[in-house]
Design a protein around this ligand. Sequence first.
Ligand SMILES: [Zn+2]
Length: 161
Amino acid sequence: MSVPSDLHLHVSTNGCNSRGECPWQDGTAKNYYDANLHEIVVAPDQSLKTWAHEACHAHQQTTVIAETGLDVSPVLQPGSNTRLPDLHEWLTTREAQDYAAAVVTDGPPPWGTHGIALLEDFAEACGRFLVPRTYVSGLEMEVSFPSTPARDAFFAARDFK
Ligand SMILES: [Zn+2]
């Protein structure tokens, strides 16, 4: 899976990135991908699957750059004065179109989505493909259940590991 070569992780208890910018400004821990800094921002004690989900958003950024030659554009986050790229350009890529076509056979994802549905559907399915089992608070959890065969086949066919 392609990701920015300087992709890195920042653990934050207040939702702020390593520059001290806080896109949501409510002081609570958040998990997100900061496309400006190529930084995965996660709250403490998150699962490996959560890191993988955010790394899949980083992959979406490299897809935009590879297919369009342009980087993702900053968008003002609700309730914030920080401009954080929301990766919506990914929806115009061939990868997004192929993914949308592939998941029709699986139907809606069995997990909840938020924000831009296909963006999050992709990141969550990608994260679960990469990390099908995870530990949360010391308990092993099966995160890929219920299975989504078309989604898994999509990532397997593209050698995402
Ligand atoms: Zn996400």
